[in-house]
Design a protein around this ligand. Sequence first.
Ligand code: HEC
Length: 187
Amino acid sequence: MKRVVFPIMLLASASLLSADTNKEIKQEAKSAIMKMGGALKSHMKQNMKAGGPAQAADFCLEEASGIAKKVNAGYPKGVSVKRVSLKYRNPADKPTADEAKILAQIQSDVNAHKAVPKMIVKEVSKNSYKVYKPIFINKGVCLTCHGDAQTRDQQAYKFIKEKYPNDKAVGYKKGDFRGAFVVTIVK
Ligand code: HEC
């Protein structure tokens, strides 16, 4: 009897531990993303209000990476957040090979109308994780700068194209999968 029960208990406690770790990592990632997303959003909103899409686009070009740097500097040690996309605008947001694989998987799930998890945790190596939070074109306003020639704001896109001549982040429609926040957590 004991010989049977013992391994089962071991198994149960091992999977329990990993569920705990999973939960803890997701929690850390969530709070990190909220800080980054919130900072980017509030600056974008202020600029949209003050000067419309053109000013907001101008802001994105000048300040977005500065804000990201500042927010990253405020995280606990071992935590960092970036955005990645298969159709990236900023070349700094080009995914690495492992990230591109996850993004492609999400895109194919979206295409197949499968439910996409809110967050995906990947163990990169021992005590090192990457957490993916998918980003969608969830608001009409995104199209101002990421839509097609009809939906884009001409003035705003002029600024954008000058700064990012190889921009891939256009042609989106509402509801499209856009990319992901990637939180790297090294314990
Ligand atoms: C006013 C123009 C503007 C609007 C509106 C806008 N974006 Fe962007 N977006 C940009 C610019 C410019 C960049 C590149 C920023 C940088 O250099 O970090 C960008 C970058 C991104 C990135 C990072 C990946 C990449 O391609 O470099 C994501 C993800 C993104 N936008 C999603 C969205 C979503 C979702 C919305 C709507 C909620 C939105 N954007 C609305 C201009 C805009």
